[in-house]
Ligand binder design. Structure first.
Ligand code: NAD
Length: 283
């Protein structure tokens, strides 16, 4: 029977650690880690994420600022906000909530964030460092997955890892992180032939495709570790990219949806903010 990788429990444990360390650093320096989130438009899902980020930051003892601007905002307006937070000594992490309204130039905006405050790890400078295996701020969802694998003591060195999905926020960075952990990594995507056959050789299978319950028994090697990053809605209910009930008896470890990878993402954002604080304040 598979061990369920409990992201809810783990993120609560990590948050306690972040809170305790923040408390100590506040006493020592008189300063707190600060995070600024820019939310443009009124997308309901983005609003929920940002509110949750704000609540978690405050719970961790951080200084938290949220700038909510209308969907009619221009690239220039957002660049001004980014500059304001780049220059603000109380802010150590800046996050621009995606997706941005269509009229905004996402690339230009993300590149304007100072790399040392880029707590989403999307700036090409941090992407480059990740890909040459150097210490940097790393994207939250894949870094959260790595923390989860480490906490459960799952060995990666020499293992066959298959990642389904090649996005810049999940697929590519998790592949780079698994490679750094000495796994042998294959990246699959929408043009990959014989997907199920490739996946069925994986000791570690990461599904990040956004296709509800796509990964079925024929994709799974008996004893595999299965990480489901997908968040989909099917018949009004949340589900992952993996057919959880159909495959779980074949796996050694598996993440549920909800309650697996999802809760780790915001916690990892807090870890990144604390890391940026320590780097910037030279602690
Ligand atoms: P994306 O749409 O940017 O990328 C999806 C990737 O899957 C693409 O590279 C595509 O080639 C691949 N793909 C799509 N259909 C495929 C198929 N039939 N066969 C093989 N490959 C296929 O998505 P994303 O931003 O990487 O997100 C992926 C999923 O993860 C989504 O469900 C998203 O909601 C979820 N997500 C979850 C979190 C979290 O915190 N848990 C964070 C980010 C994304």
């Amino acid at each position: 029977m598979a061990v369920i990788l409990d992201g809810k429990m783990l993120s609560a444990k990590f948050r306690e650690g972040i809170k305790a360390e923040t408390e100590i650093l506040k006493h020592k320096t008189g300063k707190a880690p600060g995070i600024a989130v820019i939310l443009a438009g009124d997308d309901p899902a983005s609003n929920v994420y940002v509110t949750s980020k704000e609540r978690t930051a405050i719970e961790c003892g951080f200084h938290s600022v949220v700038e909510r601007v209308s969907a009619n905002v221009t690239t220039e307006d957002i660049l001004k906000l980014v500059k304001k937070f780049n220059d603000d000594d109380k802010i150590h992490g800046i996050l621009v909530q995606l997706p941005l309204p269509r009229n905004c130039d996402e690339k230009t905006i993300l590149r304007a964030i100072k790399p040392e405050k880029d707590v989403d790890g999307f700036h090409p400078y941090n992407v480059g460092l990740l890909n040459i295996g150097e210490d940097c701020l790393m994207p939250c969802t894949p870094f959260g997955v790595m923390n989860m694998l480490a906490d459960y003591g799952i060995e990666l060195s020499g293992k066959n890892a298959v990642v389904i999905g090649r996005s810049n926020i999940v697929g590519k960075p998790i592949a780079a992180m698994l490679l750094k952990a000495n796994a042998t990594v294959t990246i699959c995507h929408s043009k990959t032939k014989n997907l199920a056959e490739i996946c069925s050789k994986a000791d570690i299978l990461v599904a990040a495709m956004g296709r509800p319950k796509f990964v079925t028994r024929e994709f799974i090697k008996t004893g595999a570790v299965v990480i489901d990053v997908g968040i989909n809605r099917l018949d009004g209910k949340l589900c992952g990219d993996v057919d959880y009930d159909g495959v779980k008896d074949m796996c050694s470890f598996i993440t549920p949806v909800p309650g697996g990878v999802g809760p780790m993402t915001i916690t990892t954002l807090m870890q990144n903010t604390l890391k940026a604080f320590k780097m910037i304040e030279k602690l």
